[in-house]
Design a protein around this ligand. Structure first.
Ligand SMILES: Cc1ncc(COP(=O)(O)OP(=O)(O)O)c(N)n1
Ligand SMILES: Cc1ncsc1CCOP(=O)(O)O
Ligand SMILES: [Mg+2]
Length: 206
């Protein structure tokens, strides 16, 4: 079982109804080398989410890449995903850890709040995520976080994820500030050449 994410590119899927398109785009990203994939589809009903999550589980297994399910620990556990990502409107980290034990890796949104990150780690989170680092076209109303917070978060001793408006051009400074993983939606799946975009983000870690 994967219990710690490697450094690198953390791709998050866009809201796509068309499962063939989702799988084709995601396979392209996976083939270029991701540290992690998150299935996030805020528009999907339960049947579509189950169908897409299962298909992504099989694809991620082929590429030996961890799959995180956004928002829904029950879905994550039921399909045998690596883990779940939980934010402020989602289930509590501690309750999720108590319910699923070590079966799920748990990631926690910490926005711009170091105390929230400390609480999440104390409750059993396996990684902490901060952001939005920059204006995000995907989530324009997201609160903004500073790069300095990433540096402080190193002390938590779990992988630090940065999210929100991250591009290959601004990502290097974010890695230098302390991010272990760069999470992106539009900078990857909004690009004409998804594999080239993954490789461009990878350069931020060199
Ligand atoms: C890696 C990562 N970081 C942050 C988020 C945002 O989670 P949340 O605040 O619960 O918002 P939604 O994504 O559910 O709209 C994330 N999904 N992944
Ligand atoms: C889910 C989420 N949480 C904060 S910003 C964001 C969206 C990230 O998408 P993008 O990489 O397109 O800015
Ligand atoms: Mg959420």
């Amino acid at each position: 079982m994967i219990n710690r994410l490697s450094r690198g590119v953390y791709a998050i899927t866009p809201d796509l109804d068309d499962t063939d398109t989702l799988l084709q785009m995601t396979a392209t990203a996976l083939s270029a080398g991701l540290a992690c994939l998150q299935y996030r589809n805020k528009q999907a009903d339960a049947a579509l989410a189950l169908n897409q999550a299962r298909a992504l589980r099989d694809l991620c297994a082929h590429y030996n890449t961890p799959l995180i399910i956004n928002d829904d620990a029950e879905l994550a556990a039921s399909i045998g995903a690596t883990g779940v990502h939980l934010g402020g409107d989602d289930a509590d980290v501690q309750a999720t850890r108590e319910r699923y034990g070590s079966a799920l890796l748990i990631g926690a949104s910490c926005y711009n709040d170091m105390q929230r990150a400390e609480r999440a780690c104390a409750a059993g989170a396996d990684y902490v995520a901060f952001g939005a680092m920059f204006p995000s076209s995907t989530k324009p109303k997201a609160v903004r976080a500073s790069a300095a917070l990433l540096t402080q978060a190193r002390a938590l001793q779990v992988p630090v994820v940065a999210i929100g408006g991250i591009t290959p051009d601004n990502g290097r400074a974010i890695v230098q500030a302390g991010a272990d993983l760069l999470a992106a939606i539009d900078g990857l799946f909004g690009q004409g050449d998804i594999a080239a975009a993954v490789r461009a983000y990878q350069l931020c870690f060199q």
